[in-house]
Design a protein around this ligand. Structure first.
Ligand code: SF4
Ligand code: SF4
Length: 108
């Protein structure tokens, strides 16, 4: 009997899950989403690449090239913390979907 009561209670409860994407959670302000990079402010010092634990960033100072592979991304924010010009921050975008690994490589 106890089990039946518990089952009925759970059937009548509001579900814990949400019907994404129709229903969306409120995004917390501390979210570490996709990177936001400002090429104009970048000095190509390479600190972001040096501190990235997954080697997701490559920097070529001579050619002034900055590249990130989101497929390797950990969303740890270490790159943004060490960036001296704050041209690299983690933004609020988190819906990252692509077909093929190459689509996750971005060049700045
Ligand atoms: S740490 Fe900042 S300024 Fe230096 S290369 Fe990376 S993004 Fe550019
Ligand atoms: S958030 Fe972490 S994993 Fe992603 S590029 Fe920055 S340091 Fe690397």
């Amino acid at each position: 009997m106890k089990l039946i009561i518990e089952c009925v209670k759970n059937v009548l409860k509001k579900p814990f899950t949400q019907k994404y994407p129709e229903e969306r959670l409120e995004i917390p302000s501390w979210l570490r989403g996709n990177y936001v990079y400002d090429k104009e402010k970048c000095v190509y010092c390479g600190l972001c690449a040096r501190y990235c634990p997954s080697n997701a960033i490559t920097v070529n100072r001579e050619k002034k090239e900055w590249c990130v592979d989101i497929g390797k991304y950990l969303f740890c924010e270490q790159c943004a913390e060490v960036c001296p010009t704050k041209c690299l921050v983690l933004g609020m975008e988190f819906e990252l979907v692509a077909v093929g690994k190459g689509k996750f490589v971005f060049r700045g």
